[in-house]
Design a protein around this ligand. Sequence first.
Ligand SMILES: [Fe+2]
Length: 440
Amino acid sequence: MNIRDRRVLSAGILAACLAAEILFTQILKINIVYTHVFYIPVFLAALWWGFSWGVALSFGFAALHYLFGFRSAPLEEAVRSAVFFGVGTSISLLSSVFRINREQMITITRENEKQAELFRNLFENNPDGIVLCDKQENVIDANAAFLEMFGWNIREAQGLPLADVVLGEAEEYQNGVALGRRIIEGELIDQKVTRYRRDGAAFPVSIVGVPVHTDTEEPISCCVYRDLTDLQRSYEKLRSMVHSGIETFGQIIEQRDPYTAGHQKRVAELALAIARETGMRDDEAEGVYYASLVHDIGKISIPAEILSKPAKLNEMEFALLKGHPEAGADILASIDFPWPVSSLVRQHHERMDGSGYPLGLRGDAILPGARVIAVADVVEAMASDRPYRPSLGLDAALDEIASGKGRLFDARAVDACLALFRENRFSWSAAAVEGVSGKY
Ligand SMILES: [Fe+2]
């Protein structure tokens, strides 16, 4: 091969490489993300394309030599050139594949890193405590808020059972373990529970737990803890305000009827104890307590002379007095309590056999809470001094409800009340006793 042929050959290789590279770069860019460089069809395709280009260009140059009067290229030189073209172009194409693939991989890695950083920031800077656990409920990772909430550092917490971190040696330990298992098994958990800091201090939290499933790894659980201490304090404050408000409301009537001073407070304490003894739910028992605190508020509509009359009431006066449950219910109806306070007040003089007032309701038509208040009301009233008589004594009061058990009074409420007094499990608080000058 002479010098001119070599130059032509070099120019041909260069042109083929550039053309093929441009072409393949554009084609491969489209699907390179999904194409592995060692995927055999890609390799063969690249080789074939390169070789075809090489052969075509080689014969093209041979034809140019001939047409423009150069020395005609022998056939073996044309074939050799084709091989050079083919191999050169193939190498160029494969290098393009590698280069593009690498660029794509770098881009993908950067995207992944950006996403990972975003999620890491969301995880770390979240004001709620977040903890990730493996299938065995051991801590994999936890964010700063979680660690601060429970008083741990990540090195100590990692690998420990979550229940050890959030419950320590608390009674609820097994419940906590069971909760974690439910999450791993696919249940979504949203609960308000008590958990424990590392120093053993209990505090209220809300937990939202979700299972996290991936295609390749075992499921893990992600739990988000929110410290409800501040919320609980606000709730307690509000509750205390509601309590004082209702208590003050109840005292209005006691100002007009000094003989019953403290009566509602004492009924409320006893009714709450009876309600709990009968197994009533806490929130329902709370409603019974607050309704008891104002159960005689309707007496505000009754003349003070009748309320404090030092003798038994005549028929007309008694008829007026019997209007107080309805009047009280009307007063309370407009207040949006979370319990049926108005209905409880209306029904506190109803009796199981329908002999009560104002509606003459029977049995189950009377609210369970009202049946409890009825028992507490009778016991407290009989055990206290009244304008028209001195105290009949606690024993007489208990005999009265025992004799009316099932007929006048709810049997469960009566049994609960008797059990509380006979087993010395109930006594009125000092504040409630004050109203009757240390009577109890
Ligand atoms: Fe009453």
